[in-house]
Design a protein around this ligand. Structure first.
Ligand code: ADP
Ligand code: MG
Length: 550
């Protein structure tokens, strides 16, 4: 390099890290992220308190939430955050596990790279091992009946048990399972589909978590629009209107010349006649509840009240859709089109007090395809975290209803996969075998960390788990609550097969992608802090050796 001309192809201020350096750097960053979330894994995991730049506090145990809230700078660290996002979108749970697994796969890969195994060989070995691992999971998984409430409750409880709300998990799991089962729709081929948008999760601090309710219908954070209207209607016939019950104001100002006072009166009468006409159409349809996406004029409110109609205005579009699904009402734009067959039915529409607010509940439809979970709890932070764990529980219930197969939790499937991959790797040769064996070692991490977080000895536990799996106990796992190795299937700690498959796949793919990188070129544009100055929300992450300015 010292002879001959030097060619500069990068803009001034850009930085590049190459080969081993780039790899080591990326692996280091990814491992740090895994390190960060690992103490939160499992029912004995700790929570994180996150403070954003405005001083807002979030307390959470959810991997995806943690990584969303912290400001990660390093590109490899960002990739880890993406694993958790992808897992969250796909299956809704297992976000922490995915990140921990990727960190572990990279750690083991690094050991091989340090022994001069080429990264592409590691990647190939990992990919083959992944394929085998997926087959093992499919084979050991147990089929369940998607309409078996007790099995679904086990799945939802396992997911919720690892969160802040663990004491109330069984109760909340019951509500979640009932909610998801109600909106599940059977397909022509006999399988089910769940659109979780049909489950509205509303939260309101106050009361206790045990006051959380499943409403077979919709709860609207709105009050009845006029005080003279009925506050409770049984046998509700609901009209959904998405246009205003108001006289439209023109864009430009119009001038009306009035020559004598009677004309003035005529003009006002005309206005109120139009509104009266609108209300009459609602009344003629037979509706006794009006839910309007837009505004309702004061005098229209009075006419409605006089006709005994309960009305709510300025309802969100998404809520309109849910009411439509819950009650069978059709959303009508033009009042002239409104007729009896557009109305939805519910047992009751009622305004109730929820703490200091008044909400309207539309409940008891015959076959509601949209439901509401009203989450209660001691404080805003508690209901926020409860909502997040309910989201995970809703997703795992959906996962099992759509793909009715489960595995045990507590690291049991991971140890079993590890055991079987190790056996299978004996058939491979050379360096590929080395990589497959490392893969097997890497995925045991879930069990080890669960044990560590439960205050058990990780090495002893690992030894016991390996021995019991070798004897054919495929569901031997870490029972974090009793601190022993147990059969997790009979303990009722179960998870969707879909979650385990997704975690393995996302983690292996992301670590493979990082391993293939041997050159990181950072343009100068993003180089705010000078080399080594750190910066960013994650002290130390910014200054991680050799990558100035990233
Ligand atoms: P993730 O974001 O990966 O879902 P969690 O903190 O929810 O992270 O932990 C999930 C892990 O905890 C899974 O491996 C699951 O099997 C395990 N787990 C759940 N309940 C128990 C339990 N009672 N004993 C041991 N492990 C459990
Ligand atoms: Mg979880």
């Amino acid at each position: 390099m010292s002879n001959g001309p030097q060619y500069i192809i990068l803009k001034e201020g850009s930085s590049e890290s190459k080969g081993r350096d780039a790899q080591r750097n990326n692996i280091q960053a990814a491992k740090l992220i895994a390190e960060l979330v690992k103490t939160s894994l499992g029912p004995r995991g700790m929570d994180k308190m996150l403070v954003d730049s405005l001083g807002d506090v979030t307390i959470t145990n959810d991997g995806a939430t943690m990584l969303k809230e912290i400001d990660v700078q390093h590109p490899a660290a960002k990739m880890m955050v993406e694993i958790s996002k992808a897992t969250d979108n796909e299956v809704g749970d297992g976000t922490t596990s995915g990140v921990i697994l990727a960190g572990s796969l990279l750690e083991k890969a690094e050991e091989l790279i340090n022994q001069d195994v080429h990264p592409t060989v590691v990647v190939d070995g990992y990919m083959k091992a992944l394929e085998k691992a997926e087959q093992v999971l499919e084979k050991i998984a147990e089929k369940v009946d998607p309409s078996s409430r007790s099995d679904l409750i086990k799945v939802a409880t396992t997911s919720m048990q690892t969160k802040l709300v663990s004491d109330d998990a069984p109760f909340l799991a019951g509500l979640v399972v009932d909610a998801v089962s109600q909106v599940a729709e059977k397909q022509a081929d006999g399988t089910y589909r769940v659109d979780i948008d049909n489950i509205k999760v509303e939260k309101k601090p106050g009361g206790s978590m045990m006051d959380t309710k499943l409403i077979s219908g919709v709860a609207l954070d709105k009050e009845v629009v006029h005080s003279a209207m009925p506050k409770k209607i049984e046998g509700a016939k609901i009209a959904l209107i998405n246009s205003p019950l108001e006289i439209e104001k023109t864009e430009f100002s119009a001038e009306i010349r009035i020559n004598d006072p009677s004309q003035m009166q005529e003009f006002l009468d005309e206005e109120s006649n139009i509104l009266k006409g609108m209300v009459q159409k609602v009344v003629d349809s037979g509706a006794n509840v009006l839910v309007c996406q837009k505004g309702i004029d004061d005098s229209a409110q009075q006419y409605l009240a006089r006709a005994g109609v309960m009305a709510v205005r300025r309802v969100k579009e998404s809520d309109m859709t849910k009411i439509s699904k819950a009650t069978g009402a059709r959303i009508v734009t033009n009042l002239d089109d409104l007729s009896a067959k557009d109305l939805g039915n519910a047992k009751i529409a009622e305004e109730r007090k929820v703490e200091e607010d008044k909400w309207v509940f539309i409940e008891g439809a015959k076959n509601p395809k949209a439901v509401t979970l009203l989450v209660r709890g001691g404080s805003q932070r508690v209901v926020d975290e409860a909502e997040r764990s309910m989201h995970d529980a809703i997703m795992v219930t959906k996962d099992v209803i759509e793909k009715p197969a489960i595995v045990a939790g507590g690291g049991a499937p991971e140890v079993e996969v590890s055991y079987q991959v190790r056996e299978w790797a004996q058939k491979l040769t050379g360096r590929e075998q080395l990589a497959a064996l490392k893969f097997a070692e890497a995925i045991e991490v879930i069990a080890t960390i669960l044990a560590e977080n439960a205050g058990m000895d990780p090495i002893d536990t690992q030894v016991e788990l390996r021995a019991r799996h070798a004897k054919g106990e495929k569901w031997a796992g870490v029972d974090a609550l009793s601190g022993k190795v147990s059969n997790m299937m009979s303990k009722g700690v179960v998870e969707p097969l879909a979650v385990k498959l997704q975690i393995l796949k996302a983690a292996t793919e992301a670590s493979s992608m990082l391993l293939r990188i041997d050159d990181v070129i950072a343009s100068s544009k993003m180089s705010a802090p000078p080399p080594g100055a750190g910066g960013g929300g994650m002290g130390g992450m910014g200054g991680m050796g050799g990558m100035p300015g990233m």
